[in-house]
Design a protein. Sequence first.
Length: 654
Amino acid sequence: MRGFTLLKGVVFEWNGAEYRIERLQSSGAVLLERTEDGQLSLVVGDQLLAEYGQGHISTRATSPRIGTPPIYSRPFDELSPSVQKETTRRKYYLQAILDGGSFVFTRAFMLPVIAGLAEKIGDPNPPSVVTLYRWHARYRAHQDLRALIPRNDRRGQTSLKQDPQILQLGTEALEEAFKASPQATGKNVFVRLVAKIDAENRHRLPTEQLKLPSLRTVYRMLARVETIDQITLKEGKAVADKRLRIGKTGIRTSDILERVEIDHTPLDLFLIDEQTWLPLGRPTLTVAIDHFSRMLLGYYLSFGSPSTAAVVGALRHAILPKEPIGKVLPELTIEHTWPCYGRPDVLVVDNGLEFHGKDLESVSFDLDIRIQYCPKHQPRFKGVVERYLKTINYFFAHQLPGTSFARLHQRGDYDSQKHALLVLAEFKYLFEKWVVDVYAQTVHRGIGTTPWAKWHEGLNRRQPGLPADLRQLQQRIGLVSERALRRDGIWLQGIRYSDESLQPIIGKFGEGVRVRVLFDPEDLGAIQVWGPSDEIPRTVLAIDQTYARGLTARQNEMIRTMMREQGVAAEDRVALQEAKHQLVLAVQALMASRKQRHRRKAAAIVGASSSKPKTELFDDVPQSLNLLPGKDDESDDQKDEMPVPVYRSFQLKN
């Protein structure tokens, strides 16, 4: 094998420049010539050997003559047995001649030698003198025994014999066929190619007509299309890049809370209403996970669609210390505490609408959290949370009664809604037990230890940071708006807020001054107001606490819509209470509906979530006990009717 050696004439690369050994001296010095400009330099031979040992020197392979095939560079054992046998035969003849000393390639000298060697190995077809000379020439040109390997793989025609115009039309037919249908076949491409060739031949002379290829030729053309191009044509470039992408080392973090990833997923599980015991649907789970330890920092569960309120709720739960949850299931005990809390340094999100806008930007600025957006349609940039959401569904939700599984074909005859047994509060208890007692205590392959141990390892280097107090956190996390301050206070979503704390602002800046307002979408009873020169916000209560306390933004919007349709003034407190009562009745009717989408809508209106698991709408409005389906529901398709479970005993599966 050709390599690096301290001999005259050897050419090698050294630190990006090409050198040739011109002379070697008895003292061990080597005279080098730089081939680019002919500059001479004297170097000690031991220095060149040391540079080679550090990987700074490499030899350049001599380019073979034009028409000479390159030598085989893959491992010898990958060759077929017949090729290996032929190579060994050639090596035997050549090695015997080289070991014999001086020789000349004449018939008189070589024929007796070849005959004697063939007799020793029993070769019935010994090589001719010319063939042996050719083997020797190739060996001398490459200085590598692999030059003797026959390149049978390079024999035959390697390029298509079709006219370049036919190849161009074939490419167009291929793109059009897969653009029309990702399931296009060779016959579809052939039909389009025939039409294109016929159209092209109409404009050509009879002597210049394009020859129509056969269907088999079209299939051979398709076989030459690279895999990435095939997938791109069938499923798009994004799918091709994802499927054929080489996995690399992911982002590395060295501390807890250094990087937190957040995302949503619909759970593969149906939950039921605690009053009617009818399935409400699949809730949406928003989670925030610590990249360093893989521990779940916080979550938010609701029946609404992904929203800024869900993101803010998950972020609030992630930052606050976790309090022990009440024992919802007496027979099940949570053994470990949930040690995760603290303000993250970086929050990694995707490009969903709920992550864009001034609400999350304002919260992140106030809490000194940097938001990092992933490239569009590139979920791998937050792969930790993507994989965690899959783990929740596959290793937790799929083990509970009422699971919907990830794919329809996996369900078989299993009726997810019929077997649903868990209410939201019970699911929350089971989920938190799984988080701290199962997932956190299982060795994670990505970090080589358990998330629980990794989090406590991070605690030895960094203590999580919190805002000055809980009130400050409440003043910083929420939805943001801007309102004009008038003499009657501030109006937000049809609710009036006013007290004496606003007097200094209007006295200094006058009526109509724009103020910053932060509110909790789950409780409109109070808002946080920043005046133009305020360092900290002022808490301002709603004038009508009977109406606003505990009211969600969605409930308020529905009540206001109901009153506008009835033409009732917003200031009428009696009308507001009546509207709340009508909303209660409407929600009860939806809860008792046979249609699951109605029950899910009712749960979203109630605001059932991980922070408020009960599905009672208002405490100050009498609840109707009539939960029977309404007249409209009785006319629904009988296929939508969901049997009510007659038992609610279950066990958590491992």
